[in-house]
Design a protein around this ligand. Structure first.
Ligand SMILES: NC(=O)c1ccc[n+]([C@@H]2O[C@H](COP(=O)([O-])OP(=O)(O)OC[C@H]3O[C@@H](n4cnc5c(N)ncnc54)[C@H](O)[C@@H]3O)[C@@H](O)[C@H]2O)c1
Length: 250
């Protein structure tokens, strides 16, 4: 892969970066001069993303639940770009929805936890040693309003996102004072591909609860993320940012 290494521009790893919010964030960061590395398990979408973003974009076909693959991909990014400044954990799945807790399939529940929770930890553990050496880093985990409030019909997803919020609080405290901030973001409904597999009734349930009575946009997500991972956002860590059109005011 031909990567032009511009030593001054920040390097961002974005998981789930080939689609949905991850790609929208990648587009914005590249526009602002960052070099991005996209980790995703959708190879076709990765190739398309790389063509659209242009060089230097690093792509790796990785399942974030696969710890070994994540470790190898992170080391490849560090070698290609020389450093890693930003980690954005965007890869996530809902699992089965619109079902009550007693109907939840344990294997599906475990799969959601492996991707949404272990996935965040796998990338974190591989990336943070690089950030510690640099005495600088910005980590952002994607949680969800469902992790704060609990969406009925979404046990696995809501539980996994609550875990991500807890993980963020711990990591924020543990690394405060190292130059690394660790934050999360908890969006309400933002229309992306993740909803194409969700029953209409589940989407209506979530949108009806938003005081602004609309879904958020990918641009609104990318804008707040750009700030959270910027050097200017230096006095906030362990925090879960809201992006819910007024649904969560805490
Ligand atoms: N869209 C929303 O309304 C919304 C709301 C709250 C939180 N979120 C969270 O934001 C994040 C992004 O959501 P989205 O709407 O862009 O989803 P999406 O389904 O549109 O995109 C997710 C991307 O992650 C990739 N991915 C999924 N599992 C993976 C795995 N195991 N390994 C590597 N890549 C994987 C997919 O291929 C896809 O490119 C998720 O964590 C989601 O839970 C989304």
């Amino acid at each position: 892969m031909n990567i032009t290494n511009t030593p001054t521009s920040p390097v961002a790893i974005i998981t789930g970066g080939a689609g949905g919010l991850g790609f929208a964030i990648a587009e914005r960061l590249v526009r602002k001069g960052a070099r991005v590395a996209l980790f995703d398990f959708n190879e076709e979408a990765l190739q398309k993303a790389q063509r659209e973003l242009g060089e230097p974009t690093f792509v790796a076909k990785v399942d974030v639940a696969d710890r070994t693959a994540v470790g190898l991909a992170v080391e490849a990014v560090a070698e290609a770009f020389g450093r890693i400044n930003i980690l954005i954990n965007c890869a996530g799945i809902t699992g089965y929805t619109n079902i009550k807790s007693h109907e939840v399939d344990l294997e599906d529940f475990n799969r959601v936890m492996r991707v949404n929770v272990n996935g965040c930890l796998n990338t974190f553990q591989a990336v943070v040693p690089h950030m510690l050496r640099q005495e600088y880093g910005r980590v952002l985990h994607f949680a969800s309003i469902s992790g704060k409030e609990g969406n009925a019909g979404m046990l696995a997803y809501s539980t996994s996102k609550a875990a991500v919020i807890g993980m963020t609080k711990v990591q924020g405290k543990e690394y405060a004072g190292t130059g690394i901030t660790v934050n999360a973001i908890a969006p309400a409904v933002i229309l992306t591909e993740i909803h194409t597999i969700m029953p209409e009734a589940q989407i209506k349930y979530m949108t009806d609860k938003i005081p602004m009575k609309r879904c958020g946009t990918k641009d609104e997500v990318a804008a707040i993320v750009e700030f959270i991972v910027s050097p200017e956002a230096s006095f906030t860590t362990g925090f879960t940012f809201d992006l819910s059109g007024g649904r969560a005011t805490y």
